[in-house]
Design a protein around this ligand. Structure first.
Ligand code: CP
Length: 314
């Protein structure tokens, strides 16, 4: 396996299969750290990480924070509502000022696609994409792949359907690319307004029929409708969406394998894309995904820090 040589984590698109495997292998080691009584190692002592979140987040921000603290990094948080961005400061000026404070790594979530790429070209710190508009969410895809690897042992050949608002979903894009690189069979499903035909260019099958996306599949990955990224009416009515695309117990009983797995990146809109009893039921790996987010983010911070070439996780 080749050594991890990337300076930034901008997207799944930029990663080879070997690099994805390297992150997942490292995440498994990090998970063993999280299962110790003392869940903290000195690996990133002296490294400072700035978390720039210009969009709301519960899972990604907090699991980055926990990951940074578990590795003993120093952390600072910059949010839209408490930064000088509100006074008109640009993203680049914000990042350059943090760099002047000798920040080593920047984790950024921003509504503008490719803002992490823009920063990576202009500052010397390592940049990690924590979600850029509807473009990519690489750490989510990696934690999802870790969850699948733990459950099935291997991602190659897995039959995964991603159902919902594909068009506006950065998770759908990153996860589809990651799964294809790992050799999975991917179906994308949603109403035509959420699933333009050009998604076939990714090398996946697309369908507008929920039954076709459920029969014989190993994994059903459900997405919420991204209301915050839509300025036109993509849906005739929410009731109609629920009728044709909501994953509920009745649909699973009729069409799904008995051992099907349900995943969702969160936040879940209960009763819309996913029925509450399915989200909380025996099929669901949703909270395992959240737990794995910490291990994956620890792995990424560790690999990008370059510490790996001089020493391991103590
Ligand atoms: N899955 C995800 O990105 O959740 P948050 O928006 O809460 O970070």
């Amino acid at each position: 396996m080749e050594r991890f040589k990337q300076k930034h984590l901008l997207g799944i698109e930029e990663l080879s299969r070997d690099e994805i495997d390297s992150i997942l292998d490292t995440a498994i080691i990090m998970k063993s750290v999280l299962e110790r009584r003392i869940k903290k190692v000195p690996t990133l002592r002296g490294i400072t990480v700035a978390n720039l979140f210009f969009e709301p987040s519960t899972r990604t921000l907090n699991s980055f924070l926990i990951a940074e603290r578990r590795l003993s990094a120093d952390t600072i948080n910059v949010s839209m509502s408490f930064s000088s961005v509100l006074k008109g400061e640009t993203l680049l000026d914000t990042a350059r000022n943090l760099e002047a404070m000798r920040v080593d790594m920047v984790v950024i979530r921003h509504s503008v696609p490719c803002s992490p790429h823009y920063l990576a070209e202009r500052i010397s710190a390592s940049v990690i994409n924590a979600g850029d508009g509807a473009h990519e969410h690489p750490t989510q895809a990696l934690l999802d792949m870790l969850t699948l690897r733990e459950k099935f042992g291997n991602i190659e050949g897995l039959k995964v359907s991603i159902i919902g608002d594909i068009l506006h979903s950065r998770v759908a894009r990153s996860l589809t690319m990651g799964l294809l690189k790992e050799g999975a069979d991917v179906i994308l499903c949603g109403p035509p307004t959420f699933l333009p035909e050009w998604f076939e260019d990714y090398g996946v099958k697309i369908t507008y029929d929920l039954k076709e996306a459920i029969v014989g599949r190993d994994v059903i990955y459900v997405l919420r409708i991204q209301m915050e990224r839509q300025d036109t009416a993509f849906l005739p009515s929410l009731r109609e969406y629920i009728r044709y695309y909501s994953v509920n117990r009745d649909v699973l009983n009729r069409y799904a394998r008995k051992d099907v797995i349900i995943m969702h990146p969160g936040p879940v809109n209960r009763g819309v894309e996913l029925a509450p009893d399915v989200a909380d039921g025996p099929w669901s790996l949703i909270l395992h995904q959240v737990t794995n987010g910490i291990a994956v983010r620890m792995a990424i911070l560790y690999l990008l820090s370059g510490i790996g070439s001089s020493g391991g996780v103590e």
